[in-house]
Ligand binder design. Sequence first.
Ligand SMILES: Nc1nc2c(ncn2[C@@H]2O[C@H](COP(=O)(O)OP(=O)(O)OP(=O)(O)O)[C@@H](O)[C@H]2O)c(=O)[nH]1
Ligand SMILES: [Mg+2]
Ligand SMILES: [Zn+2]
Length: 308
Amino acid sequence: MKATIYKSTGSWYTVKDEAGQWHNARMKGIFKIDSITSTNPIAVGDQVEIDVEDEAENTAIITEIHPRRNYINRQSPRTKHQHHIVASNLDQSVLVATLKEPKTSQGFIDRFLVASEMFHVKAIIVFNKADLFKKKEQEKFEEMKEMYEKAGYKVFLTSTTENTGIEALQDQLKDKTSLISGHSGVGKSSLLNVIFPEMNLKTQGISGWSGKGQHTTTFAEMFDLPFGGRIIDTPGMREFGLVDISKQEISHYFPEMRSRLNDCQFNNCLHVNEPGCAIKQAVIDAEISEDRYVSYVNIMESIEEKTW
Ligand SMILES: Nc1nc2c(ncn2[C@@H]2O[C@H](COP(=O)(O)OP(=O)(O)OP(=O)(O)O)[C@@H](O)[C@H]2O)c(=O)[nH]1
Ligand SMILES: [Mg+2]
Ligand SMILES: [Zn+2]
């Protein structure tokens, strides 16, 4: 019987079968998955085959994993050479960012967007905590919104305390499977709670952002949305390491660069020192944001430092 993974807690998985019945399932034996070295063989979002083991106890055995349409993985915090699959079979990846309490850097946002492009998952950006904005943050937001929209990304502005911007976000989530990511404390779980109050997810509490970087959500979990679609809440991430990316590839993951690559004089152009570079020209002409270009160069440099 076909089923979908909603949650993983160690060796047990919460799955929902095609008839809408929930089971506690575990894997039987060891089966080979893809060629990637991941720390978790089964991830939230995976489509699997199950055999019901015990009707009364609602337990089942996972016998097979269906090929993934796509997946997002992150470097394992423990071993750099291993990956952890966060979720699979996604329609979009939602980055929740904040301009204060805590501040999400542009470098982080851009790395996130590059990773989403690498995984072929459409990304959108939600700036939360709009209620905390003073003039400075409001201006910064307008600037970033313009920059990211020009690059081809949708940008949303929300506040969970004032309930603003929520409907537009709901429309964007409807009938899709979305993964929510962002630093700890940006309000990922809070957002899901206002989108779907019955969800009742644990959040950091009314004292607000502590600045201590404690994670409230500790594992990825998927939920069905009452208006159609599914959403996956994840624990906050500290930084974003890009793995398995070559310098030559990076510009392909900046949509505003990708569309201009054919215009560079050299087809192996890295858009740094080469003559006849269409990307640098577009930056000079303000067709590509200088800040996005700086992120591009920073990512290039971080790859140079990689020693393996
Ligand atoms: N002022 C303000 N505070 C918010 C808003 N959204 C969330 N918060 C607060 O921010 C804190 C963190 O919210 P959470 O929803 O737990 O954050 P999270 O992103 O799920 O964090 P982790 O689970 O640790 O990754 C809580 O104290 C919320 O009350 C908002 O729109 N405005
Ligand atoms: Mg959370
Ligand atoms: Zn170039």
